[in-house]
Design a binder for this molecule. Structure first.
Ligand code: FAQ
Length: 311
C-alpha cells in the first residue's frame, strides 16, 4: 500500500493541492512540518516579550492600548499555530517542553533587546514587514491547517506593520532627538531583520526538500530580496537610511543590491548565544511553571464535567 499512498501524496503536492491531517504523508514531511510550524508558533509566543517590555512605559494611553492589542494578537497567532501543529500528532504540552528545554527553536530576531519605545515602531515596520514577506507565500503552503492559519495571521500582521510605520512617522515629525532615535533603532534592527529569512540558500539544508513538498514556495534569498526591495522606498518616505554601504539600485537586475548580514552572528544567536536568549527562555519557563495550577485545575474540572452528575 505504501507506494500507492506515496504516489497519491506526490500527486496532491504536485498539483499544488492540499494535504489534510487525515491524509497519508511521509514521516519526513510530517517531521519537517512539525519543526517549522512549532518554530513559528514559538516565535509568536516568545515574540511577545520584546514588545511586552514597553507596555507599562508606553508614552500615552492610546499608544498603550495599541501595543496591548498587538501583543495579544501575537498570543492568538501562537494559538492558531499550535493548533495546526497538533493536527500532526504532537501535543501543545510536548511542544512547550521542547521549546523550554531548548530542543526546538524560535526566530533569532526575538533574541535582540528593545532598548527604547521607538523599537516598538521599528519592530512593527521591519519585523512584521519581514514576517509578512515570508508568510504571504505560506498561505499557499501544502499543509491545509498551516496555510489556513496563515491567512488570518497575515491580515493581522499587515495591520501591525502599518501601526509600526505610523508610530515611526509620528516620531519623524517630532524633534531632532526623536528623529535620531528612529535612525538609531533602525540601524540596530536592519541586519537582524534580514536574518529572519534564514541562512543563504547555499547554506540552507531544508529549502530544497521543503520546496519539493510545497511547504516553502520561495527560497530564503528570494524572500530576503523581496523584503529589501519593498523596504527601501518605505525608508525613503520615512526619511531614514539602512546601515548598508552596498545598498544600491541595480538597473540590470531590477532589484536592489545589498550587503550580507554577519552570518557568524546569526548562527551564534540560533545556537543560543544571542544577547537575550537566556532571558527569553527563562521568562517563558517561569510563565509555564507558574501556570501549571491553571492547567491542572482546568483538566480536573473537565474530567469532573465528563463524569456526569454523580459528584
Ligand atoms: N531564526 O534550512 P533552513 C513572527 C534555522 S515572524 C532561528 O533555511 P527552513 C511574527 C532553521 O530552523 C518569525 N532559526 O530552515 C511576529 C534550521 O534549523 P533546524 C517566525 C533559524 O526551515 C512579529 C536551520 O536554521 N516566522 O513571529 C532562522 O527551511 C513581531 C537551517 O535553516 C516563521 O517561523 C531564524 N531566523 O527555513 C511576532 C516563518 N532561520 O530547524 C511577534 C516560518 C533559519 O533544522 C512580533 N518559517 N533557522 O534545526 C520559515 O519560513 C522557515 O522555517 C525559515 C527557515 C525561512 C525561517
Amino acid at each position: 500500500a505504501e507506494p500507492q499512498l506515496e504516489a497519491e501524496f506526490e500527486a496532491i503536492v504536485g498539483h499544488k493541492d492540499r494535504i489534510e491531517p487525515r491524509d497519508w504523508m511521509p514521516d519526513a514531511y510530517r517531521k519537517t512540518l512539525i519543526r517549522q510550524v512549532a518554530q513559528h508558533a514559538h516565535s509568536e509566543i516568545i515574540g511577545m516579550q520584546p514588545e511586552g517590555n514597553w507596555i507599562g512605559r508606553a508614552p500615552s494611553l492610546r499608544r498603550k492600548a495599541i501595543l496591548l492589542a498587538k501583543v495579544q494578537d501575537e498570543a492568538g497567532h501562537g494559538l492558531y499555530l499550535y493548533s495546526a501543529a497538533e493536527t500532526l500528532g504532537i501535543s501543545r504540552d510536548e511542544l512547550t517542553e521542547l521549546l523550554i528545554s531548548g530542543k526546538q527553536k524560535y526566530s533569532s530576531i526575538f533574541n535582540y533587546p528593545t532598548l527604547s519605545y521607538t523599537d516598538v515602531g521599528t519592530i512593527g515596520w521591519l519585523v512584521d514587514g519581514a514576517a509578512i514577506c515570508n508568510q504571504v507565500p505560506l498561505c499557499r503552503t501544502s499543509f491545509g491547517p498551516y496555510g489556513r492559519a496563515m491567512i488570518r495571521i497575515c491580515k493581522e500582521e499587515s495591520f501591525h506593520q502599518r501601526q509600526g510605520y505610523e508610530l515611526l512617522m509620528t516620531m519623524m515629525r517630532g524633534t531632532e532627538e526623536q528623529r535620531a532615535m528612529v535612525q538609531e533603532s533602525v540601524n540596530r534592527f536592519w541586519w537582524p531583520a534580514l536574518m529572519m529569512f534564514g541562512p543563504p540558500d547555499d547554506a540552507s539544508p531544508n529549502t530544497a526538500q521543503s520546496m519539493a513538498w510545497g511547504i516553502k514556495t520561495h527560497t530564503n534569498d528570494e524572500l530576503r530580496q523581496k523584503f529589501v526591495d519593498m523596504s527601501v522606498p518605505q525608508a525613503e518616505a520615512l526619511g531614514v537610511t539602512f546601515p548598508d554601504q552596498e545598498l544600491r539600485w541595480n538597473e540590470e537586475r531590477g532589484h536592489y543590491d545589498f550587503g550580507q548580514p554577519d552570518w557568524d552572528e546569526f548562527w551564534s544567536v540560533v545556537k543560543g548565544d544571542g544577547p537575550c536568549n537566556a532571558q527569553r527562555l527563562a521568562h517563558r519557563k517561569r510563565a509555564w511553571d507558574d501556570g501549571a495550577w491553571v492547567r491542572e485545575a482546568a483538566l480536573a474540572f473537565a474530567a469532573k464535567e465528563a463524569g456526569g452528575t454523580e459528584e
